[in-house]
Unconditional design. Structure first.
Length: 587
């Protein structure tokens, strides 16, 4: 449906330019922008809502085709609330609306929600970088009154200082003149929105003049919020906070006490700057869809359950975790460990009977697990798997790329096809999992975590484990490179490097002996190594616990077992010493 334009008269006679589009039969969502933006701010979000929702957005007073009253007093949040009331009163009479608002637009909605009967007009409210003035000021002053709590006291000072730029914007005339000149520059416009890619920046052509006229919002509200403090009232509307952890102006801890005044509160933290409606349109749209589903009585999404403030849950409750190679060993114990902490599991293995047995074990303990057969070395199969999982269960929040195979033998004794197979599974499986799930986690925009299981062998070379060491070292370096790339999207990556772990890997490891070695000699050596691993008595459950701990703490690299830690240190300090050990033989 094409966009239509209307004008609505506010309480003080200001004419507000209103734009409507989307599904005329759908529920109504009102998008409210802040400063220095216009309704164009939402251009990246609208296409993601248009099929389901009737969309109303409007230009705040002083912006676009809306009136620009001259008195500073015409730009108080009470007037912003009047404008919102007028828009929904005329364009959505009698029907409660969903609201998504940013910056000063969001502050104006908080002001509206203080009014009697507001809960009858607003079904849900999603606030982005625009806290309630009353709540934020109360947070600052309550912290300043508690100098005996150093961290809380320091945070209050920090938040107050981050608002002092408003003092400059409250000076008469000068800010308007400077804004007209500065915002005429494309480079400046990019800089103020944290250098978001050009194709994602949505500014009206007349941004400079809009900003110059509407900057009166600052003198109308900044000093008033501190000098005419009012106790925050209880907000009787479901509120969802999208908290930008890299916001330069409103820090994440500024919302930490919001639950005192909002009984029905959800909070989603995302790694984004102040202008997340531009940088993360998918997150904005998903938040609105999820909240509307909740209002309609549908089953809440896993993400919304995680976001609910005050909801009791395990450490990984309301989390979907994918684990490959979950039929035995480290993968199996990792699946069990996540399930104990409340996670829902998607487990896979090339051995159908083994992975189904793991799923049955999780179910018997009261958990939820979905078993799949998967060859991680097949890139097309992994991509199809990721697509299927997304459709049936949603995108996993944590992806553990664990599947791997063992290989013993010198390079010249190992058949080419076997060497390639080790690389295809141990390295290729990790690469395939990261490509299929990593891309989806980045596109989702709400973070996540990937765990790549490497080995102590990544930094402890042995001539008799050439293929295995090579595959694990490549996994280690691949993870280091990818970690830097994913970090910008808030997706964590941990490389796990287990030492000598008592699993069934010796029984499944292929031994390629030198020419002339008898089969019984290889079998005897396999038995000796198996006994050594068993006597070591360091089980895969310890690796599983290390994986969970590393995900919680966001650790980049985690050796597991004393020998893994020791060799990791030696590899950093005395690398030549480890190169000398490469002469040690396994068979």
């Amino acid at each position: 449906m094409s966009e239509t334009q209307h004008f609505v008269d506010s309480a003080d006679g200001v004419r507000v330019a209103v734009y409507e589009e989307g599904n005329p039969e759908g529920p109504t969502v009102v998008l409210v922008h802040g400063w220095p933006d216009s309704h164009v701010l939402w251009d990246g979000v609208v296409p993601l809502l248009a099929e389901r929702f009737r969309i109303i957005r409007y230009d705040n007073r002083g912006v676009g085709l809306s009136s620009a009253p001259k008195p500073v007093s015409a730009y108080t949040m009470a007037r912003f609330a009047d404008d919102f009331a007028a828009v929904i009163g005329e364009r959505s009479p009698g029907q409660p609306v969903h609201v998504l608002a940013h910056d000063w637009g969001s502050v104006g909605i908080w002001e509206f929600l203080k009014r009697p009967g507001a809960g009858d007009r607003v079904a849900t409210f999603t606030s982005v970088s625009g806290p309630s003035q009353d709540q934020l000021v109360e947070y600052i002053f309550s912290g300043l009154r508690q100098p005996w709590r150093p961290r809380r006291f320091a945070r209050s000072i920090s938040q107050a200082l981050r608002l002092t730029y408003m003092v400059f914007f409250s000076i008469p005339v000068l800010p308007s003149l400077l804004l007209r000149a500065a915002l005429a520059s494309k480079a400046v416009r990019r800089n103020i929105v944290d250098n978001i890619p050009v194709e994602q920046i949505h500014h009206a052509d007349n941004l400079a003049s809009d900003a110059a006229r509407s900057v009166k919002t600052y003198p109308a509200n900044y000093f008033r919020s501190f000098t005419k403090r009012q106790p925050p009232g209880i907000v009787d509307v479901p509120v969802q906070l999208v908290v930008n952890t890299h916001d330069k102006y409103v820090r994440p801890y500024g919302y930490d006490e919001s639950a005192r005044w909002v009984p029905r509160l959800w909070r989603r933290d995302i790694k984004a700057g102040h202008f997340s409606p531009m940088s993360h349109p998918r997150v904005m749209a998903a938040a609105v869809h999820d909240f509307a589903d909740l209002a309609d009585g549908r089953q809440p999404s896993r993400a919304l359950l995680r976001a609910q403030v005050g909801r009791p849950r395990g450490s990984f409750g309301d989390t979907l975790v994918s684990v490959t190679g979950a039929g035995s060993g480290i993968g199996r114990e990792t699946a069990f460990a996540f399930a104990r902490e409340g996670a829902e599991l998607v487990i896979s293995d090339i051995d159908e009977a083994a992975v189904k047995d793991t799923a049955a074990g999780i179910t018997a303990r009261g958990g939820t697990a979905h078993a799949y057969v998967l060859d991680v070395s097949d890139g097309e199969a992994v991509e199809a798997f990721a697509e299927r999982i997304g459709a049936e269960h949603g995108l996993p929040d944590i992806v553990v790329n664990n599947a791997g195979i063992g290989q013993a033998g010198n390079f010249l004794d190992t058949p080419a096809e076997q060497f390639d197979r080790v690389l295809d599974v141990n390295l290729g499986g990790v690469v395939n999992g990261c490509r299929s799930f990593g891309r989806r986690l980045v596109e989702r925009g709400t973070g996540g975590h990937i765990v790549n299981v490497s080995s102590m062998a990544a930094y402890a070379p042995l001539q008799s484990l050439n293929a295995y060491c090579t595959s694990k070292a490549a996994t280690y370096m691949f993870s280091d490179c990818l970690r830097a790339e994913l970090d910008a999207a808030g997706v964590g990556l941990t490389t796990i490097c287990p030492g000598v772990i008592d699993t069934n890997i010796i029984n499944t490891t292929r031994f390629d002996a030198p020419a002339g070695k008898q089969d019984e000699d290889v079998d005897g050596r396999r038995g000796q190594l198996g006994k050594m691993f068993a006597l070591r008595h360091y089980g895969p459950d310890k690796v599983a616990n290390a994986i969970l701990s590393s995900v919680r703490k966001g650790k980049p690299i985690r050796p597991v077992a004393p020998e893994a830690y020791a060799l990791y240190g030696v590899s950093r300090v005395l690398p030549q010493a480890l190169r000398s050990t490469a002469r040690m033989r396994v068979i």
